[in-house]
Design a protein around this ligand. Structure first.
Ligand code: TXA
Ligand code: MG
Length: 338
């Protein structure tokens, strides 16, 4: 196992010498974890197949789950994707750099294992200065899934990366907590109308306002086009119970019932009023922004006290709330509605 080096970097104006160190690791086939505006990514040279296989090994990621390739400019995009449609170009003009990933036709320069055998490639241009500077300095597109062990909550801090991947990655660039906190929207632009494979921070309405109707992946055949969405995901070790009801009584009663079984963690925006040695409550703000910024780190934090169950209060699945609820539903093994 390699030693994992950790460097603290300025998230808004990253020090060039630290970026140069990270870029040299990427260029020589190593693995670098770095902050994006969504979550931390585990990066390797997208044109180096051996380096990419190192990502799958480090994460324990199923080999049929393809990676997102990160670019810093349009020339880099044109090296890895072919036949970019007019609708795709409009999305790029409007939302890049930012949390929108487009599935496009793949060019031969992309290492085969990046796309897990598909003839497409998922691409985004991140807006976080550290990510952009690293891609530019490495002068190669960087494939990067979220830098967590496969199935665990995505990392929103360098500590989360260290917890999951310490010893398995060459370098972690620590740029502090990420600003958004959940992953990008993934949209398949090779389908017509385009299909949203994973809801994210760029909302369905913002996309369809610009390019017209889009669909949601409904059938399992369609979901198999985004293999990562098939498996249970984003989960802490404890069982997660998601409450979709708005009623404080339902939340209170669920927590009280579960307290008979053991230690309970609760994460939500409504206080339960429960005071009990086996009960830990974490209150966060009620907006999708508040939830996105907190859910992964608070699920990890609650998990540390080894609870039997973590109860999570849901929010309205509208606008950015759709992405938040998508992640919570995937993390949950049970959903309680009215
Ligand atoms: O915000 C993000 O997207 C973060 C940061 C690091 O950029 N990355 C991220 O990567 O969330 P990952 O690997 O955790 O999720 C990538 C998702 C998976 O659901 C995967 O199946 C899908 O994108 N995907 C990747 N390539 C694809 C392709 N060619 N066709 C369809 N889906 C693809
Ligand atoms: Mg992931």
């Amino acid at each position: 196992m390699p030693q994992t080096e950790q460097l603290t970097i300025d998230p808004t104006s990253p020090q060039p010498e630290l970026i140069a160190r990270a870029a040299s690791i990427i260029k020589t086939g190593g693995l670098v974890a770095f902050p994006t505006e969504t979550v931390y990514g585990l990066g390797a040279d997208a044109t180096n197949d051996a380096a990419i296989r190192g990502i799958f090994d480090a994460k324990g990621r199923p080999p049929d789950n393809p990676l997102i390739v990160h670019v810093a400019d349009r020339q880099m995009l044109n090296r890895i994707a072919l036949n970019i449609s007019d609708k795709a170009a409009r999305l790029i003009d409007r939302f890049w750099p930012g949390p929108l990933t487009l599935v496009l036709h793949r060019a031969p320069a992309v290492a085969p294992s990046v796309s897990a055998g598909l003839d497409t490639v998922a691409v985004r241009m991140p807006s976080a200065p550290v990510a952009l500077a690293l891609i530019r300095a490495a002068a190669t597109p960087i494939a990067a899934p979220s830098a967590n062990t496969s199935g665990r909550p995505s990392p929103t801090s360098a500590d989360h990366v260290l917890q999951d991947l310490g010893g398995a990655v060459d370098l972690i660039l620590d740029g502090g907590p990420t600003s958004i906190g959940i992953e990008s929207t993934v949209i398949d632009m090779t389908a017509d109308p385009p299909v949203i494979l994973r809801p994210g921070w760029v909302t369905r309405d913002a996309i369809s306002d610009l390019i017209g109707p889009v669909r949601t992946a409904a059938s399992s055949a369609e979901l198999s086009r985004s293999p990562g969405t098939r498996h249970q995901h984003y989960s802490p070790r404890a069982r997660v119970v998601l409450i979709q009801s708005r009623s404080p009584e339902v939340i209170l009663q669920t927590c009280l019932d579960l307290l008979n079984k053991g230690r309970i963690g609760y994460l939500g925006h409504t206080r339960t009023g429960i005071s009990h040695p086996q009960f830990t409550e974490i209150i966060i703000g009620p907006t999708p922004q508040d939830y996105a910024a907190s859910i992964y780190s608070e699920l990890r934090r609650l998990d540390q006290s080894n609870p039997e169950v973590i109860v999570v209060q849901g929010i309205e699945p509208a606008a950015e709330g759709e992405a938040v609820m998508d992640r919570l539903e995937r993390a949950a093994s049970e959903v309680i509605a009215d």
